[in-house]
Design a protein around this ligand. Structure first.
Ligand SMILES: [Zn+2]
Length: 136
């Protein structure tokens, strides 16, 4: 079997498009941005930011890539469910609550825990699917 070292830009975008459609967040505002993380959901503006820094990704980075995208999509799903303004307020409330409890505003934040859990639970299924489709 052919082991690919790099995933092309086209295959990478196709995976993102598939995931956005599947989780019905295709309508969420998306912005391309040069940044270190593969993706970031900007709670303040209700925008899903995707990195332009990695045009191609290494096969060894697929796991991290999928978990990150799924994690951020989960925030976008929450935002769609509650409306982004309300989600922003709820998220800030949760951050302040954690600070008041002397906990970590991100690590102990329930929205972050749920999003990370979602990424960890679902990346393998997408990994096999994309493999079968020859995208990775
Ligand atoms: Zn997050």
């Amino acid at each position: 079997m052919l082991i690919r070292e790099f995933i092309s830009k086209e295959n990478k975008s196709q995976m993102i498009t598939t995931l956005l459609k599947h989780y019905k967040v295709g309508n969420v505002r998306v912005k391309l941005k040069s940044m270190k993380n593969h993706a970031h959901y900007n709670v303040d503006t209700g925008t899903l930011e995707l990195s332009t820094r990695y045009k191609t990704i290494k096969s060894s980075q697929v796991k991290e890539f999928l978990i990150t995208i799924l994690h951020e999509i989960y925030h976008a799903m929450d935002s769609k469910k509650y409306g982004w303004r309300k989600f922003k307020l709820d998220y800030e409330w949760e951050m302040n609550l954690m600070i008041a409890k002397n906990k970590d505003e991100y690590k102990d934040n329930k929205y972050e825990i749920e999003a990370e859990d979602f990424g960890q639970r679902n990346w393998k299924k997408w990994n096999s699917k994309f493999k079968k489709e020859g995208l990775i």
